[in-house]
Write a protein that binds this ligand. Structure first.
Ligand code: NI
Length: 159
């Protein structure tokens, strides 16, 4: 098990666009392992993108605690979206802050797994939210950028 340090808001890296993975090698597999370890170790983490541990590659992992368990995404593309849903989001890179964000209710995503196989996944509910949130990280976008009415809820505030 290997934990990596989480990059937090204010670091310019989080604003950069991550690069495509061109070869799935041992380094990428170790990155996937470490992302999962770090996500599970951190309190309430349900998703983690490579950029959040300082690696500008189009890779993320999610586990929202449903029947899918851990899902690893390499070079993901969101190919369909429909509907919308609002959820109060947080992020390991933006500690102590939450915001309501509007996301698609359903998505279809295409990505590559660690064995180099392409797969498609349809997601809704919290899994769709989590995937969209992680996908945004690859584009340098944070959930606070999408806060409804720009309203950020500070932890400890009861409003
Ligand atoms: Ni995040």
């Amino acid at each position: 098990m290997a934990l990596r340090n989480i990059v937090t808001e204010g670091d310019e890296l989080l604003r950069k666009k991550s690069r495509q993975v061109t070869e799935i090698n041992e380094r990428i597999c170790t990155l996937l392992d470490d992302l999962a370890d770090t996500m599970y170790y951190e309190n309430r983490g349900i998703g983690l993108a490579a950029v959040q541990v300082g690696v500008l590659r189009r890779v993320f992992v999610v586990d929202v605690g449903d029947e899918h368990g851990l899902i690893e995404f390499i070079n993901p593309e969101i190919i369909e979206t429909s509907g919308n849903q609002v959820y109060c989001e947080g992020c390991l890179s933006v500690p102590g802050r939450n915001a309501n964000v509007n996301r698609p209710a359903k998505i279809k995503i295409r990505a590559t797994n660690r064995h180099g196989e392409e797969f498609e996944l349809e997601a809704e509910g919290i899994l769709a939210i989590c995937i969209c949130h992680e996908f945004d990280h690859l584009e340098g976008i944070l959930f606070i950028d999408k806060a409804i009415d720009g309203e950020i809820i500070e932890a400890g505030s009861d409003e």
